[in-house]
Design a protein around this ligand. Structure first.
Ligand code: MN
Length: 745
């Protein structure tokens, strides 16, 4: 083991790794200047970090060396980036200054390291340091995209070594990775890194789920390979006969994407049918275009296997915004299953795996504005609107990382790539801010449609404007792009401020009549009653007359705490206080929390996800100081962990036998006489379960229904699910995600 070696031996080992990196770096060209620069960067970093170790016991210098290796080998960056990667932590963690770096390595390396160095200074309590840091990162990124590429390399290595972090820190890092860094990697087309980041996040957030899914994948691997190679056999014969040089691989879905699909479709692993796909990568012949050759292979495949008509994806004629090019089709395989086939040239494959970003700007031939440039421009616009607070900015930025896209055409046939859900108004703003502000409608495929009309891929859109039109606040309800949202908010900034003042005054007057004044508790009740998220929203909507205080009595009479709270016992992990911070998160101000029976009323179960004992949970300290328990897979919690990690406290349930929690099981299967009574009998025989109600429906020989149960913890629940799924006729038993309406049922 590394950590057992002496310091000299470890340093020698790190030095050797740098040499290997230089030897294998495709962009170093072995130029003596470049090599000297990289070695110099290593020696400086090594001296500066001397004496520092990572949690695992190995010298700290292995971290920058690993980051540099990811940058060179996995992203394909060149010597300047490698030097910056080696030096990325010296300014933050040692006495070396940016001025030193500029003198020794020039302005480029220094400015990249500056972009990677976390913000210093004091922030007001409401600003999220994480979001603020991220914003700084983006400002540097639009100057030089290498900053964000190195940041991804840094994050990847931290995720790979997350085991050596304390547990409570892991959730935060994992959530932040899932919320921001994996989508950024995706947006930049770094598919391999995105996949690894997602899988690692899942591994730490839900270790058991991750372990069981990867075990299942592994045990089925031979079967996937066999099945794909059976299907490939006749394809190979045809391609060989046509003299095509190619490789056919079985591609397996990542653990995270399988889990996502199971969640989205509410089905077990066994019912995910597209776990394996076929990928055909060919060496293009010079006399034909790559596009023609892709379609020729497509033709061979679909002559042999019937394609599913609605599953053809042509990302060759119009590549994805992140640069991805390929032809995808889904065909009926020889064993009666749909199988996706991906067809790419070697060049397309390289872009897909390592990203467009590495090719971009450094290859002189790429002169025209790429989609990445467009994207960076849109971020530049968002950043210019520096009045928006950092959390709002983070959310807007998220919007900009859309996963799926549609293509929409201007009247002149120019194509715009936009997120799914975009409306005619989004399109207007996409073309020009002014066009958006004055938009009154649109002709979509020559037919008149309202502003809120949702666009579909292939639509041709002509925007209709009027000088009399002015921006409307309600527009925010139906726009999907960050650009449109930012523009509309911008138009209302002044007006909003006034309404907020009026609203606050109005509320004060109303409360004074009852000899009360504004406080957190009342605001919380108002937010809950009107389903609003911030106090500003309350004031604003009051001021604008969108909500009324007619029901003040009722609002104030609401119970604000959950009555079950009293009986919970939780163990809380210590919040962060260690100095080691190489995973780029914020040092929180939260002290260690120890729970006693007396302070238990401080804890509230989040209504969005309703975790029960045994679920993976975290606690979030809200504005009023209450600790709200969320399920770790709750989207709200992931957002909070990513943006307000300083307020997250890792928690764990200990055993629960005192109190029961409401859980809904959704069951479906083939109907037969007596099945309902059989199910209810099984449940009533379970000692730790109480049934509240049963709703079953049967139609055409199939039944489905919900059973409402009180249960102590997930262990009891899983045992019961196991028993129910063994009943003859039952096809599916699932724990339903509860919603607010279910709570009232
Ligand atoms: Mn680092």
């Amino acid at each position: 083991m590394l950590q057992d070696l002496s310091v000299q031996e470890q340093e020698e080992c790190a030095r050797k790794k740098v040499q290997e990196l230089i030897d294998s770096c495709p962009r170093c060209n072995q130029s003596p200047d470049d090599i000297r620069q990289i070695r110099k960067a290593f020696e400086l970093a090594n001296d500066a970090h001397r004496g520092m170790r990572r949690k695992s016991g190995e010298l700290y210098i292995f971290h920058p060396v690993a980051v540099a290796t990811v940058a060179a080998v996995e992203i394909g960056l060149g010597p300047t980036s490698i030097a910056a990667a080696l030096l990325h932590d010296v300014v933050e963690d040692t006495d070396i200054t940016l001025q030193d770096l500029e003198k020794l390595f020039g302005p480029k390396v220094a400015s990249i390291v500056d972009g990677l160095t976390k913000l210093e200074g004091v922030f007001d309590q409401n600003a999220s340091l994480q979001a603020e840091n991220f914003r700084k990162l983006l400002v540097s990124m639009i100057e030089d995209v290498r900053v964000i590429l190195l940041k991804l390399a840094d994050r990847l290595h931290n995720m790979r070594t997350l085991d050596s972090m304390p547990e409570h820190k892991r959730y935060r890092i994992a959530a932040e990775t899932l919320y921001i860094y994996a989508p950024v990697a995706h947006r930049l087309g770094l598919f391999a890194i995105k996949t690894e980041l997602e899988d690692l996040s899942l591994k730490y957030e839900h270790p058991q789920i991750y372990a069981s899914l990867s075990a299942k994948l592994l045990s089925n691997q031979d079967e996937y390979e066999r099945s794909i190679s059976l299907m490939a056999k006749p394809i190979r014969e045809q391609l060989d006969a046509a003299g095509v040089q190619y490789e056919i691989k079985a591609r397996t879905k990542s653990v995270y994407s399988i889990w996502r699909k199971m969640q989205a479709k509410q089905v077990p692993f066994e019912e995910i049918y597209d776990i394996s796909a076929m990928r055909i990568v060919f060496k293009p012949k010079s006399e034909l275009s790559e596009k023609t050759q892709c379609w020729a292979i497509y033709s061979v495949v679909t002559d042999l296997y019937k394609p599913k008509p609605d599953r053809l994806r042509d990302w060759i004629s119009v590549p994805k915004a992140n640069g991805y090019e390929a032809l995808h089709t889904t065909v009926m395989g020889p064993e009666g299953r749909w199988v996706e086939v991906q067809i790419r040239s070697e060049r397309m494959d390289e872009i897909a795996e390592r990203g467009f970003a590495a090719h971009w700007k450094y290859k002189a031939s790429e002169a025209k504005e790429s989609e990445i440039d467009n994207w960076l421009n849109s971020i530049r616009e968002m950043l210019e609107n520096h009045d928006s607070d950092s959390l709002e900015f983070l959310d807007n930025f998220k919007l900009n990382l859309f996963a799926s896209e549609i293509m929409v055409f201007t009247p002149h046939g120019e194509v715009k790539v936009m997120p799914v859900g975009s409306t005619a108004l989004d399109f207007a703003f996409e073309i020009h801010t002014k066009l958006g502000y004055h938009c009154i409608g649109a002709k979509v495929n020559y037919k008149l449609e309202p502003l809120s009309h949702e666009l579909r891929s292939g639509d041709q859109v002509e925007i209709i404007t009027s000088d009399k039109q002015t921006p409307k606040y309600e527009w925010l309800d139906f726009v999907a792009t960050a650009k449109a949202k930012t523009c509309i908010r911008e138009a209302f900034k002044e007006e909003r401020k006034q309404y907020i003042q009026q609203g606050e005054q109005l509320l004060n007057e109303q409360l004074q009549l009852k000899h009360l004044s504004i406080n957190n508790r009342i605001l919380k009740k108002l937010m809950k009653y009107f389903h609003l998220e911030t106090r500003e929203d309350i004031y604003f909507q009051l001021g604008k007359g969108m909500i009324k205080l007619d029901n003040m009595e009722k609002i104030l009479a609401q119970k604000s705490t959950n009555k079950w709270v009293k009986y919970w016992r939780l163990t809380f992990g210590g919040a962060d206080d260690d100095a080691d911070d190489d995973a780029d998160t914020v040092r929180p101000k939260v002290k260690n929390v120890v729970l006693t029976d007396d302070n238990l009323t401080d804890y509230v179960i989040a209504e969005c996800c309703n975790p029960i004992p045994g679920d993976d949970v975290v606690a979030y300290r809200d504005d009023s100081g209450k600790l709200v328990l969320h399920s770790r897979k709750c989207p709200t919690a992931i957002r909070l962990m990513a943006s307000r990690g300083d307020r997250i406290i890792s928690t764990q349930w200990v055993s629960h036998k005192i109190l029961s929690y409401l859980v809904i099981l959704s069951i479906s299967g083939i109907d037969r006489q007596g099945i309902v009574s059989e199910l209810t009998k099984i449940i009533s025989l379970e000692q730790n379960v109480n049934m509240r109600s049963v709703h079953f429906e049967s139609h055409d020989g199939v039944f489905d229904g919900n059973i409402y149960l009180y249960i102590h913890n997930t262990a009891d629940l899983n045992m019961l699910i196991d028993k129910i799924s063994k009943v003859k006729g039952v096809h599916n038993v699932l724990r339903k995600e509860r919603t607010e309406t279910d709570n009232k049922a």
